[in-house]
Design a protein around this ligand. Structure first.
Ligand SMILES: [Zn+2]
Length: 405
């Protein structure tokens, strides 16, 4: 099976290389913003809105005059930026359509890129060579990697490389095409997985994937830095410095989180034939402003995304229990459904059969059972609640995540 995969790692650049990368990112940003302005202008005048191909042709004419500086960077950089712009519009129109069809999502028009928080990124195609300790790109030459051997995979076809800057560090993400051996549906078990804040994921086979300790520490640091930024005067050098620190701290949290998520989703995709998760309105959940919660929400979205594509590689189906399934309130031993089960309670105690169990593990057991549950079981809501309706609705009009959140 041929799959597309991306590997991202940090670059170890000297000053001349940093300048060259910043120049390429600048050209990409310039092309993107110029293309966006051109599209808007054409639309307002009632002309045919130009696509990436047309815009690139226009840009080549400009390069002969006022944009001569662009000859210093690879032609891929503005070209790929214009392709990204087309993609941004395609996504925008797709989301407008989905919203019209009744999906609860926010739709944003493609925005101009600023270099306030990051110098940005650029993508190169064409001649790309990956070595154990370095990567060779057209125009930029050989760039050293901080981690050796990470990008080197035998028998892969390199499609493109994206170089980006975040918090003063430069990264390269290499898009490759890989041929994975067909694993088939071997006798792997089904698992239910409960996602939460305290433990990142609780699996019905008893595995508990903890949130890394570094995360909590970093979250405290972010809160502190946010206050510092708020205290600094707008437009001042000190505010700019404080923002740079904040961006760095956010990046660290994102990296820690992503790393843990990758480990968890790889493990599940490789060892299970199917994984059952709760299906929730993730966009609705994003409105929560509590920091830990917000990051957990993003994590849930990312967990689901990673598990879905890795599942395709390793033959693991991802199933979603619908949001009326009482995975938290149901007793995983006798099937009794509690009328109420408070969010703060960490232990599930069944008043019917006497089962005492960790609430997340109980939910994971129930999720594992979901594929074979009858439709009455799937929609049991506990006593005193009309069936077919969630017990509590939050502001967004969606049922809150399992009580473990
Ligand atoms: Zn029970």
């Amino acid at each position: 099976m041929i799959v597309l995969r991306a590997f991202k790692t940090e670059l170890d650049l000297n000053n001349a290389q940093k300048t060259a990368c910043a120049q390429h990112a600048g050209a990409a940003r310039w092309a993107y913003n110029w293309g966006l302005a051109r599209k808007i202008e054409a639309y307002q005048k009632g002309e045919k809105v130009p696509t990436a191909i047309g815009l690139h042709r226009e840009l080549n004419v400009l390069k002969k005059g006022e944009l001569a500086w662009m000859y210093e960077v690879s032609k891929c950089s503005p070209q790929e930026a214009l392709r990204n712009l087309d993609r941004a519009f395609a996504n925008f129109f797709r989301r407008v359509k989905e919203k019209k069809a009744g999906k609860k999502i926010q739709v944003g028009f493609p925005r101009f890129k600023s270099k306030k928080n990051s110098l940005g990124s650029f993508r190169l195609t064409g001649s790309i060579h990956v070595f154990e300790k370095a990567i060779q790109l057209s125009r930029l030459g050989v760039l050293r990697l901080k981690e050796r051997g990470y990008l080197l995979v035998d028998g892969v076809k390199v499609l493109s490389a994206t170089v980006s800057e975040q918090g003063g560090r430069w990264f390269v993400s290499v898009q490759v095409e890989m041929d994975l051996p067909d694993l088939g549906q071997t006798a792997k078990p089904v698992a239910g997985v409960d996602l939460g804040i305290l433990a990142l994921a609780t699996v019905s086979d008893g595995t508990r994937i903890e949130n890394p300790r570094a995360l909590k520490h970093s979250l405290r640091k972010i809160k502190r830095l946010q206050r510092t930024v708020a205290r600094r005067q707008k437009g001042s050098a000190n505010r700019r410095k404080a923002i740079a620190k904040l961006v760095k701290a956010h990046l660290r949290v994102a990296n820690i989180r992503k790393d843990t998520l990758h480990q968890a989703t790889s493990l599940l995709a490789k060892t299970k034939s199917a994984v059952v998760l709760e299906d929730l309105n993730v966009s609705g959940m994003m409105k929560n402003h509590h920091l830990a919660q917000a990051i957990a929400d993003v994590g849930f979205h990312e967990f689901r995304r990673q598990l879905t594509y890795k599942g395709e590689w390793y033959g693991c189906e991802v199933l979603f229990a619908d949001r009326f399934y009482p995975s938290s309130k149901r007793c995983s031993r006798c099937g009794n459904v509690k009328a109420e089960f408070d969010l703060s309670e960490r232990v599930y105690e069944c008043e019917v059969c006497g089962l005492i169990i960790d609430r997340d593990l109980n939910a994971a057991f129930n999720l594992e059972r979901w594929p074979t549950a009858s439709s009455a079981e799937r929609h049991a809501c506990g006593e005193g609640v009309r069936p077919g309706r969630p017990a509590v609705l939050d502001e967004a009009g969606t049922e809150p995540r399992s009580a473990s959140w």
